[in-house]
Design a protein around this ligand. Structure first.
Ligand code: AMP
Length: 413
C-alpha cells in the first residue's frame, strides 16, 4: 500500500510518499512560496536532493507538480497516480470534534472549517490542501490526522481555563494542546523501549515550536500548549505562558491592536525577543560562548521553564519512568538536554553525560544503566504516524465495506 502524506501551510506544501510494506520512504519534498514570485520545489528521490523554480499559483497547482515529479517517466517512483492508495493529511486543529484520525468526508471538511475559528493561521491552509487533493484525486480515500487529537484524553480539570464557564459553552474556549502526532509517536516508541505499557513518560517536543506532554499508560493527561500553540514553554519566537493581564496593559502603553499584540507574542517574542539575536539555538549557543548576556538569559529562561514543566508533570504522573527528547532541539542539542536533566538525581535520573554529548538526531538511551528514570532521544516521525493511521483507517473501511457495515466517521469524539 502506497500512502502520500501531505502537510500544507499558507504558502507551502510538504509531502512524503511511503510504501507501507516495510514502511519505506519513496520520495519527499517541499513546495514553497505558493502564490507568490519565486515559487520553488525541493525534492528527494532515491536519496538525491534536487531543487527547481517554477511559478505555482495555488495549492492545486502544487499538488499537480508533486504528481508530475512522482510519476516522471525517467526519475519518478510510481508509474501513475493510480498507484497512490490513500492520502493522509496533517490538520492542526480539530477542536473537540475528533479524538482520533478520521476518513475525510464532506462532513469532516465542514467540521474542520468550523474549527478554523480556533486556528485561523493553520486550519485554512490545511483545508486548502485537502480540497486541492480532492480536486486532483477525487477517487482516492483521504484521512485527516489532527495535532490536537492525542490530547483529547486530558481531564476537564486540566484543560479548562478559570474563565466564566459560559465562554467554554459558547466558544469551546479551553486548552487543546498541539504536536499530538509527535508526542504520540515518541511516547509509543518509549513504551516499546521500556517494555511496559503501564508507564509514566514525559515527552519534550523541542523545536522552533515546543511543548511538553505527560503521558500515562500511553495516553496524554496534560500538555503545555493551550487553546493555541502560543502557550506553555518559551519557543523560538513565541512567548509561551505570560500573565494574561499584560495584554490590556500593552494595548494601553504601546497603543497596539489585538492583531499587533498577537504578532508580538507569536513572531517577535521567545528566544528571538529576549536575545535580540536569533530564534535558533545554534546561534544562541554560539553567542553565549562568546559572552553575550542576553543569549545567556534567553537560554536560562528556556531551561528553567522546561524544568518547571518536567517537575509539574512528574508530580502529576506520580513518578517518572522515562524522559524523552525530540524535534530539532531535543534531538540535536546536548546542552539543552543536559540542563533539563541536571539536578534530577533525587528522582533517580542519572544522565550519561558522555553519551548525551555525542548524540545528534538518532535514537538513543542517554541515561546511565543504573538510572531509574530512562532518558531517551527519539527522532520524531509525524509523517510515518500519519501514514500508519491512514493505512489503519483505509483497511478498516475495506473490512467494513466487505462486512456490509456503513462507512462513516470513525473514532469521532
Ligand atoms: P524544528 O522546528 O523541530 O525543525 O526545530 C528547529 C530548531 O531546532 C532550530 O530553530 C534550532 O533552534 C534547533 N536546532 C536544529 N539543529 C540544531 C543543532 N544541531 N543544535 C542545536 N539546535 C538545533
Amino acid at each position: 500500500m502506497k500512502i502520500l502524506v501531505i502537510n500544507t501551510g499558507s504558502s507551502s506544501l510538504k509531502y512524503q510518499l511511503l510504501e507501507m510494506e516495510g514502511e519505506k520512504l519513496l520520495s519527499k519534498g517541499l513546495v514553497e512560496r505558493i502564490g507568490s514570485e519565486g515559487s520553488s520545489v525541493t525534492y528527494t528521490i532515491r536519496g538525491e536532493k534536487n531543487k527547481f523554480q517554477k511559478d505555482i499559483l495555488n495549492h492545486t497547482d502544487a499538488i499537480k507538480v508533486v504528481f508530475e515529479l512522482l510519476t516522471d517517466p525517467e526519475n519518478g517512483v510510481i508509474k501513475s497516480i493510480k498507484e497512490v492508495d490513500a492520502v493522509g493529511h496533517r490538520v492542526v486543529h480539530a477542536g473537540e470534534r475528533y479524538s482520533g484520525s478520521v476518513l475525510i468526508t464532506d462532513d469532516v471538511v465542514n467540521a474542520l472549517e468550523e474549527c478554523s475559528f480556533f486556528a485561523p493561521l493553520h486550519n485554512p491552509p490545511n483545508i486548502k490542501g485537502i480540497k486541492a487533493c480532492l480536486e486532483v484525486l477525487p477517487e482516492v480515500p483521504m484521512v485527516g490526522v489532527f495535532d490536537t487529537a492525542f490530547h483529547q484524553t486530558m481531564p476537564d480539570y486540566a484543560y479548562m481555563y478559570a474563565l466564566p464557564y459560559e465562554l467554554y459553552e459558547k466558544y469551546r474556549i479551553r486548552r487543546y494542546g498541539f504536536h499530538g502526532t509527535s508526542h504520540r509517536y515518541v511516547s509509543q516508541v518509549a513504551v516499546d523501549l521500556l517494555g511496559k505499557k503501564n508507564s509514566k513518560i514525559i515527552t519534550c517536543h523541542l523545536g522552533n515550536g515546543a511543548s511538553v506532554c505527560a503521558v500515562k499508560d500511553g495516553i496524554s493527561v496534560d500538555t503545555s500548549m493551550g487553546h493555541t500553540p502560543t502557550g506553555g514553554l518559551i519557543m523560538g519566537t513565541r512567548c509561551g505562558d505570560i500573565d494574561p493581564a499584560l495584554i490590556p496593559i500593552l494595548e494601553n502603553v504601546e497603543h497596539l491592536t489585538a492583531k499587533q499584540i498577537d504578532d508580538i507574542m507569536n513572531k517577535k517574542s521567545g528566544m528571538l525577543g529576549v536575545s535580540g539575536i536569533s530564534n535558533d539555538f545554534r546561534d544562541l549557543e554560539d553567542a553565549l560562548h562568546n559572552g553575550n548576556r542576553r543569549a545567556k538569559l534567553a537560554l536560562e529562561m528556556f531551561d528553567y521553564r522546561l524544568k518547571k514543566f518536567i517537575g509539574e508533570y512528574t508530580i502529576i504522573l506520580g513518578g517518572l519512568d522515562a524522559l524523552v527528547f525530540t524535534a530539532g532541539i531535543g534531538e540535536n542539542d546536548p546542552e539543552t538536554r543536559y540542563e533539563a536533566c541536571k539536578g534530577l538525581e533525587f528522582l533517580g535520573l542519572y544522565l550519561d553525560e558522555e553519551k548525551n554529548s555525542s548524540i545528534k538526531g538518532e535514537l538513543a538511551e542517554i541515561s546511565l544503566p543504573e538510572s531509574k528514570v530512562k532518558v531517551y532521544v527519539i527522532p520524531t516521525n509525524e509523517e510515518l504516524m500519519i501514514a500508519r493511521d491512514t493505512k489503519e483507517i483505509i483497511e478498516s473501511k475495506k473490512k467494513k465495506n466487505k462486512s456490509g457495515f456503513e462507512v462513516g466517521e470513525l473514532q469521532e469524539a
